[in-house]
Design a protein around this ligand. Structure first.
Ligand code: ZN
Length: 387
């Protein structure tokens, strides 16, 4: 009994220490300032003293940055033998231990609008390139993860996504307008054209559009609606092997919410580099695990999940682009538009509450709302000639 209690508290202490370290190891100066501001406001209200409030902001920011650097220093001293999948650094550290039971073999778990949150294998963090990745990518499991991933993406049927298409069109209409310089009158390739939300607008402004999409259902949906759409039902490797796409053919290659699902994003970006013309651009959107919102939610951040193999950070995707033959032009936050009904369902699912709208209520909540929590980014890299 005493031994059990000791074990229980010991385990709890270790978990708390891991959570504490993982919060601070990702805490950049900007986030330190935001959290310091929040704590200073609370402190200022309790003390009702403006001077204390103003003094607390720089003191807490500085303290947070000292802890951040101390943890990174200790991380770099650890010898774990866990090789980073992106930069090959040999001693990645545990970011969060595995949570819940994996459901990767269940149909629908790899759908974009999957509600399968709250379970993942061990997540590791690389103190050198500042990216995170799943345990399932480690040497002995890599091939199996890659093959299972290919198969699951081919079988994806995402009815929830289709229900919300109208709201999603708004997101990509806006992106197409905001980044018109990279799309208007350009030869565009999209990796993961899915149900065609980007295609709808892009094919009207681009000089030519080609899409690659492994999901049979998504391809059928898009080509039934637009028989003229140039969509290859394959994954990138297959399309290259079968010469369905050729080198130096595209001005811009886009990957919307795709790169975190790829088993080897550097290798993919290098392949894309060859498909780009001289001075071409790659544009991708992804999640940022160093955003203040992600830090505040810790291990409960909803994007920590089985189907996201990688967790990039502001510093991490700069490093990844550099290693793949690109220079980073810009990275911006952007708004996602979703239906209010979808958003409410998602929140309930994250709280593990089963909830179903009546059809009447769902119709009432078909209002498009913008979501911008700072944890989604759009990154643009310019091709550098690989030697
Ligand atoms: Zn690394």
């Amino acid at each position: 009994m005493i031994y059990d209690l000791y074990n229980y508290f010991n385990k709890k202490t270790v978990t708390i220490l891991i959570y504490f370290s993982s919060f601070f190891r990702r805490l950049k100066f900007k986030s330190s300032f935001y959290f310091a501001l929040l704590l200073s406001c609370i402190f200022g209200v309790i003390r009702l003293d403006l001077y204390d409030f103003l003094l607390a902001i720089p003191v807490i920011t500085l303290l947070f940055q000292i802890i951040h650097n101390l943890i990174l220093f200790l991380d770099l001293k650890k010898k774990t033998g866990i090789k980073c999948k992106l930069c090959s650094y040999n001693d990645s550290v545990l970011l969060y231990p595995a949570k819940g039971k994996s459901k990767v073999d269940e149909k629908g778990s790899y759908a974009c609008s999957s509600f399968d949150h709250g379970h993942y294998p061990n997540i590791y963090f690389c103190p050198v390139c500042k990216n995170g990745f799943l345990e399932t990518l480690l040497e002995e499991k890599f091939q199996q993860t890659k093959e299972e991933g290919h198969k699951l993406y081919e079988e994806v049927v995402d009815d929830k996504y289709v229900e919300n298409l109208e709201a999603r069109y708004v997101t990509y209409d806006k992106i197409t307008d905001d980044y018109a310089d990279f799309l208007k009158d350009k030869d565009v390739l999209e990796i993961g054209s899915y149900y065609g939300v980007f295609y709808e607008k892009a094919h009207k402004v681009a000089k030519s559009y080609k899409g690659i999409e492994p999901s049979r259902h998504a391809c059928e949906f898009l080509t039934t609606k637009h028989p003229e759409a140039n969509i290859i039902n394959n994954n990138l490797e297959g399309a290259l092997q079968e010469s369905q796409i050729s080198e130096n053919s595209f001005d811009t290659i886009v990957l919307w919410d795709v790169i975190e699902h790829l088993p080897d994003p550097i290798q993919t970006l290098r392949k894309l580099n060859k498909l780009l013309k001289k001075d071409g651009h790659v544009i991708f959107s992804t999640i940022n695990m160093e955003a203040s919102f992600a830090l505040a939610l810790g291990p409960k951040w909803p994007w920590f999940m089985d189907m996201h193999y990688y967790y990039f950070s502001d510093r991490g995707y700069v490093d990844m682009l550099h290693r793949s033959g690109y220079v980073m032009l810009t990275h911006d936050h952007f708004k996602y538009y979703v239906y209010l009904s979808y958003f409410v369902e998602k929140v309930f699912s994250l709280l593990h509450i089963r909830f179903n709208f009546s059809e009447k209520m769902r119709k009432k909540l078909q209002v498009k709302i913008p979501i911008q929590l700072g944890d989604t980014v759009l990154v643009i890299g310019k091709k550098e000639e690989l030697t």
